[in-house]
Structure formats: structure tokens, C-alpha cells
Design a protein around this ligand. Structure first.
Ligand SMILES: [Zn+2]
Ligand SMILES: [Zn+2]
Length: 157
């Protein structure tokens, strides 16, 4: 994976060990610690499926009881702006979220069912790809979406 400064990855991606708690990460990002923000971070760290808002609203309600959809949108906006959550928007798909942020990894998305999986950078440091021209920009990140058919959809065809 490419490193772009402070790397914030999920516990699973880091393989366990000493890792700041969700509360500590919220405080370090200057965000107030709320039950909803903690629930969203916990839900995202427990999955690799890059869920959408609908899934996260259900998950927040399962964990906390009554939660408005707008509250989840607001919390996700704050977490994304603080760099604790990454938002990806594959073309034709609703926005998806993940706890693995800040490491410039890429995604492979299934054309048929929309399943998304992580793809680590193959070479060196971000942006890990050389554009044919930089148009005078200083480039520090690349966001690639590979498209194809997931194993389940391959078996179904
Ligand atoms: Zn599929
Ligand atoms: Zn990802």
C-alpha cells in the first residue's frame, strides 16, 4: 500500500497490536466523541464490504436504537472531512464508506452486483502511478477504480 503521511487503517488491515481507540482517534481529529460516531467507526471497522449509507443507518439503529438518516449523513460527513472515514463513489453506484483511509489504496468493483474490494498499490509510494502528463500539477494521490466481474457473478454467468 502507498503511504501518504499519517496512515489510518482499520485494525484488521494493521493486523492488530497497539492501535489508538476510536475515542482517541476522534479526539485527535478534533471531533467530539458521540455514540453515533463511535457506532459508525465500529461498524466500518467490522466489515470490508464498503457499505453505503442505507446499510450504515441500519447498523447504527441496530447498535443504538432510534437514529435518523440525516444524523448518519452528518456523522459520515464529519468523519470523512476529518480523514477517519473514506468515501468512494464508483460511477453509477451510491457513495460507499470505509474505515481504511489515508493509505491511497484502490478498488475493484463488480459491474454486475456492485461488490467492491480493496486493491493495494503495487509499487512504492503514492500516487504509485505515473500520469502521462502532470499538466504542471504536483501530484500526491491517485484513485483508481478497476471494473470487472466478482467471483460470485462469474459463477452465475
Ligand atoms: Zn458481482
Ligand atoms: Zn477500500
Amino acid at each position: 500500500m502507498c503511504e501518504t503521511g499519517p496512515v489510518i487503517t482499520s485494525r484488521a488491515a494493521r493486523g492488530g497490536g497497539s492501535y489508538p481507540t476510536a475515542e482517541a482517534r476522534l479526539r485527535a481529529a478534533g471531533l467530539r466523541v458521540t455514540a453515533l460516531r463511535l457506532a459508525i467507526l465500529a461498524a466500518l471497522e467490522a466489515t470490508h464490504s464498503h457499505p453505503d449509507v442505507t446499510w450504515l443507518v441500519e447498523e447504527a439503529r441496530r447498535r443504538l436504537g432510534t437514529v435518523s438518516t440525516q444524523a448518519v449523513y452528518d456523522a459520515l460527513a464529519d468523519l470523512t472531512a476529518a480523514g477517519l472515514v473514506r468515501r468512494i463513489e464508483p460511477a453509477g453506484s451510491p457513495a460507499r464508506f470505509e474505515a481504511r483511509s489515508g493509505d491511497n489504496h484502490h478498488h475493484v468493483v463488480c459491474r454486475q452486483c456492485g461488490t467492491a474490494a480493496d486493491v493495494d498499490c503495487v509499487v512504492g509510494a503514492a500516487p504509485c502511478l505515473e500520469p502521462s502528463t502532470s499538466a504542471g500539477f504536483v501530484i500526491d494521490e491517485a484513485e483508481i477504480t478497476f471494473w470487472g466481474l466478482c467471483p460470485t457473478c462469474q459463477r452465475a454467468t
